[in-house]
Write a protein that binds this ligand. Sequence first.
Ligand code: ATP
Length: 306
Amino acid sequence: MIQLYIPLGFLGVLYREIKQSLTDLDKMFVLLEKEREIADAPGATDLRLEGPPTVRFEDVRFSYEPAREILHGISFEIPAGKTVAVVGPSGSGKSTLARLLYRFYDVNQGRITVDGQDVRQVTQSSVRQAIGIVPQDTVLFNDSIEYNILYGRPDAGHDAAVQAAQAAHIHDFISRLPQGYATTVGERGLKLSGGEKQRVAIARTLLKNPPIVIFDEATSALDSANERAIQGELKTAARNKTSLVIAHRLSTVVDAHEIIVLEHGHIVERGRHAELVARGGVYAGMWALQQSGADGAGDRLGNGVA
Ligand code: ATP
């Protein structure tokens, strides 16, 4: 029995190892595929920026598959250094806006410009260099937590990693780990909670210090103390940056320069928080639902629900 058990246990470990390598490979192929899809225009030059830029979506149409258009003519502007928040039901196209800005895909019609420069006409690497993303679910590498924080700027060094971790309020947590910044995290190391992973992503972004940031807020429930803390850290990371926030929570939205309400790839409402609440439309409905806590998410926007 024991003899049988040991090989099985070993096989389990081996299986997990292989599965993880396959997952990593999968991710690599997905990335390579994307690189092939999106090529630099002949003679493309680097994006030229002086401080946080103005980002414009001009009548953007996009479909992943020809038969099904996802965005049907979206126009909005994020003025230099301001925050625009996008809210709307699941599947309405919010994350697609972020993917297009990061140039994972190209628009089918219309254009996206950064300080007047069409993202298709400049080098893809310079666009990505200018953008920091705090995704919904941060992928951590099977490496030290320091490596994971330094990922955006590997040569920044230990002191810079500590500084970023302090600003993202994850330094105390890391310091309490027996191996501190050398602790291995990720699938094969210490598993971090959703909130901790988002803090690592915020620390990465702070360190990279890009002029544009995209926050794709986690839909997964965080406890409210954690949620409020993350909001504060996001604000720190967005200071003096042009920010696009895919918002699921009120605190980010309330202060936004403009809130875009997306439904089925159309902008159905837009404006500042107070204006939209006063209008008594879709946004006001979401707000009321959240205030009552009836969406089961406390102070989250009811946009995780289709
Ligand atoms: P959520 O709030 O759930 O994150 P969302 O508003 O961000 O949703 P998107 O992720 O932008 O929605 O997706 C918009 C639509 O595009 C959805 O109907 C989705 O099924 C579709 N879609 C997303 N990614 C792909 C893809 N790679 N290929 C085909 N269709 C896709």
